[in-house]
Ligand binder design. Structure first.
Ligand code: HSE
Length: 297
């Protein structure tokens, strides 16, 4: 028998929360069907137009499932059919969604013997293939839903799953290539204390704003003083997109994950629709092809 899982897109970093904060979206999502087989190992088929690797050792879902299989004593394997609803490389957690969906489906086939925290560990092995670094800020919200804080990876994974207030997200995905691995190479190795203080004040303000549904506090706290300045050159149009989104009524936003997508948080669907149009207008004028997405958290 087989299990089908819908695994959602996620926003990571959320402005100031580099590598620690994340937010699950209701859509888009990847559809992942996993079938248990007597033949050991993992076989992957893609039912979408993207040219992703099918070699399990080079595929995020494959690596995640191989990590899970190492913790399974039985001689079994999995067949995986992946239909990507999330464009690879779009900066809304495409690789995390495939890694999470595949291990959640496999776990259901195995009688849910692993905890979500263990599944996060398996999925992180897969995500590392795509980003070259161990981080769980997209995996955590894909696994737990809502708003998540990855408080620690070591020595023990510590993920805090929190509720998000009602929010509508507008995302624009300009079709320029920004690989996570490259977007991490431009980051500073050290941070001046003054900037670090501003940044952790914002992280605390943002978490408080989410927990108390204080949209003004969220808006005041999103700014990222450390990572965005280093990455903004990779995303032409970012400053103008933010200016137009704020003029259209957005609460605030920034680079989605390592880019190239830009996200904006909004109080209502109507505002999010105009913010999505405002974001798109910047890239239309720049002659860059783009997609926009508007949806609830
Ligand atoms: N936190 C990561 C980064 C997310 O910004 O590099 C990208 O996958």
């Amino acid at each position: 028998h087989s299990v089908l899982v819908h695994s959602p897109a996620t926003l990571s970093n959320l402005g100031c929360g580099f590598d620690v904060l994340g937010l699950a979206l209701q859509a888009p999502y990847d559809a992942i069907r996993v079938t248990q087989t007597a033949q050991p190992g993992v076989r992957i088929r893609h039912l979408d137009p993207y040219d992703l690797p099918t070699d399990p050792a080079r595929n995020v879902a494959g690596v995640a499932l191989l990590a899970l299989l190492r913790a399974v004593p039985e001689a079994i394997g999995f067949e995986v059919e992946i239909t990507k609803g999330i464009r690879p490389g779009s900066g809304v957690g495409s690789s995390a969604a495939s890694a999470v969906g595949s291990v959640v489906a496999a776990n259901a086939l195995l009688g849910n013997r692993f905890t979500k925290m263990q599944l996060v560990e398996f999925a992180m092995a897969g995500e590392a293939v795509a980003s070259g670094a161990r981080h769980a800020d997209n995996i955590a919200p894909a696994m737990f839903g809502g708003f998540t804080l990855v408080r620690a990876l070591e020595p023990t994974l510590d993920i805090v799953a929190l509720a998000a207030p009602p929010l509508w997200v507008a995302v624009v995905h300009p079709q320029i290539e920004v690989k996570t691995i490259e977007a991490r190479k431009v980051l500073p190795a050290t941070v001046p204390l003054g900037l670090a203080v501003q940044q952790w004040a914002n992280v605390a303000g943002l978490v408080a704003g989410f927990l108390t549904a204080d949209y003004d506090l969220i808006g005041r706290s999103l700014a990222d003083y450390i990572v965005e300045p280093a990455r903004q050159a990779l995303i032409p149009g970012l400053a103008e997109a933010r200016a137009r989104a704020l003029a259209a009524g957005a609460i605030g936003g920034g680079i989605s994950g390592s880019g190239p997508s830009i996200f904006m948080l909004n109080k209502t669907e109507a505002i999010a629709q105009s913010v999505g149009a405002a974001l798109g207008s910047v890239f239309a004028e720049l002659g860059v092809a783009y997609n926009t997405y508007v949806g609830p958290v």
